[in-house]
Design a protein around this ligand. Structure first.
Ligand SMILES: Cc1cc2nc3c(=O)[nH]c(=O)nc-3n(C[C@H](O)[C@H](O)[C@H](O)COP(=O)(O)O)c2cc1C
Length: 173
C-alpha cells in the first residue's frame, strides 16, 4: 500500500509563508507522509494528488492573488481532493490582539470556489526592510507591528492534525 500523494502549495511575497509550508512538510515527513512543496505559480497538473495543503499570506485583507487564482483555476480538481488552507498575517499580532477571525475571513472569501476540510490562521512576520515600494508606502500608513510572530508550536500542532485527518481519510489511499 502506498501513502497518500500530498501537495503543499504556497504563495509568498517575502518568504514567511514558504517557511511555514516547509515546517508543515517536515511534520508530515516525521509522521511518514511525503509531500511535494511548490510555489503556486509553479504548480502543474494537480489531479494526481490525493490531498492539497494551500498556504497564503494575507495582504489588505485578502489571500495573495496567485493563491486566489490557484483556487479558481484548479476548482474542478480541488472539489474532489482533500483540501486544507492556511493563511498568515499580522492582524492578530498587535499587543492584546489574538483574534485570527480576519485572517480566516480571507479563506472564507474563497468558499465560492473551494471548501477546505481544514482552515487555519497563523500569526506571520513583518519587517520594514526590503519591502517593495508599494508595500513600504502602505506600511508607512498603517504602522504594522514589526517582528516575527510565528508560533512554531501552533504550526506543528496543526500539521499533526493534518496527518491525523489525512490518515483517517481512507478513500485517498
Ligand atoms: C502592504 C502590506 C499589507 C498587509 N496586509 C495585511 C492584512 O491585511 N492582514 C494581515 O493580517 N497582515 C497583513 N500584512 C502582513 C503580512 O500578511 C505578513 O507579513 C505575512 O506573514 C507575510 O508573508 P510572506 O512573507 O509570505 O509574504 C501586510 C503586510 C504588508 C507589507
Amino acid at each position: 500500500m502506498t501513502g497518500p500523494r500530498v501537495l503543499i502549495a504556497y504563495a509568498t511575497k517575502y518568504g514567511t509563508t514558504k517557511e511555514i509550508a516547509e515546517e508543515i512538510q517536515d511534520v508530515l515527513a516525521e509522521n511518514g507522509i511525503e509531500s511535494d512543496l511548490t510555489n503556486v505559480m509553479e504548480t502543474g497538473i494537480i489531479d494526481s494528488y490525493d490531498a492539497v495543503i494551500l498556504g497564503s499570506p494575507v495582504y489588505m485583507g485578502k489571500m495573495l492573488v496567485e493563491a486566489r487564482e490557484f483556487c479558481q483555476h484548479y476548482r474542478p480538481y480541488l472539489k474532489n481532493i482533500w483540501l486544507a488552507i492556511f493563511v498568515d498575517g499580522i492582524s492578530c499580532c498587535n499587543p492584546g490582539e489574538t483574534n485570527t477571525s480576519p485572517l480566516i475571513a480571507a479563506i472564507r472569501d474563497m468558499h465560492e470556489y473551494v471548501r477546505p476540510v481544514m482552515e487555519m490562521g497563523f500569526s506571520g512576520a513583518f519587517s520594514p526592510v526590503n519591502l517593495s515600494e508599494a508595500d513600504a508606502q502602505i506600511a508607512d500608513m498603517v504602522h504594522p507591528p514589526v517582528g516575527d510572530f510565528r508560533d512554531h508550536e501552533a504550526i506543528r500542532i496543526w500539521a499533526r492534525e493534518i496527518v491525523s485527518a489525512i490518515s483517517k481519510h481512507r478513500e485517498i489511499y
